[in-house]
Design a binder for this molecule. Sequence first.
Ligand SMILES: [Fe+2]
Ligand SMILES: [Fe+2]
Length: 410
Amino acid sequence: MTSVIFPACEGCYTPTPSRCLKEGCKCMRFDKIPTSGKAIAAGKAIEFAVNQVVRQYDNIAAKLHLGGRAAAYDDSRYEFIGGAQDNIRKKHYDKSLRLLWKAEEKAPWLGFKDCTAAEKHLSNMAMQSMSQDERDACRQITLPEFKKKLRKHYSPKERSAIVNILATIGHGEAYAWLVSSSLLSDVKSTGARTALTMQVLEEAKHFVVLRELLYAFDVDVPRQSVWEYILLENVLKAKGLEKFFGMNILVEGIALSFFGLMSTLPGLEILQSFHLDESRHTALPGNYLQEFPLTSWQKISPRAQWKRLRLILPALALIPNLEEHMAELGFDTFEFGGSTVRKISILAQRNGFFMLLPPSLLFALLDTVFNAYCQLFRQQHQFQRFTRAESTRGSPELGVEKKIFLTHPA
Ligand SMILES: [Fe+2]
Ligand SMILES: [Fe+2]
């Protein structure tokens, strides 16, 4: 038994299975295919019964912690578990797309071809409206010209120092890419997932663009130091909220500080864009935890606090490890370290990720250790409050950080 319904065309009321023949009628007509009503009803009944069994089984298994549905997704509400959380989506996903920058435009000499035809058209139009002098100033330089510029600005030792410092964060970007993609399965809500998805995209871009930038210095790129290796492996292996802390507060705080330190150097202006991206990534825990707050126990549990402190410890060993290269560029590695730890500590404290030591005690302890090192190895060293130093140099970057560290994240 087959059933087929041919609705009348609303334009001309012609009950026909074929296309409406009335002249000028725009109604969409489909040539329906006859189906078996019984077969369809039986299929639906079977699907309904199997669905009941599978869903119930998964619900019970999940309650007994024996597995259950792998995806944190609620298809009946067409939403991820945690709801829409459009606020997070607007503050991160939408904003990331608004501020999305392209390597082809920011650093054309690196060989990326990531601009859209419309972006290229716009930039050509802008060039046409300029005077010859302005056009010359904006002319896209080639890779050999960029390398020449680097050799003009820096000695081989200075280029090596820059690469050694930036390689630390270059390897960090590889881990940021890995960790942020693995965090995607840990966060709740559609909004937070869109935010993390943008972060994954941005970390991928950071990794490949920074790598090309470092290669342009024509200096060997060093491996990770063991301190960095331990730090990043521990973050990648951390679970749930501790991984979120390790990634978006610790690693992002370090990345923000590195880019803030280096972005004013000639040839490294593109790092300003990296800095802006990382500032958004450091704001994610604040926005996320407003919707899904930590419980009091999650904040103060001694085990959780120790896990966080343990994640930070290898980062402290990184500070003297960078001294030789920092010094070559006139940077005091302990000022950089003090400034970085202070910023990470502010972010951690504000978000409720306590770390056994209150910030004032942590800063006093670090200042003591850093000064003891300097007393031993620096001539005529005077006691310094390294944790009060500011290592970010560019004014736009300082403006961005002022918003993060003096106010709550937007
Ligand atoms: Fe990054
Ligand atoms: Fe990041």
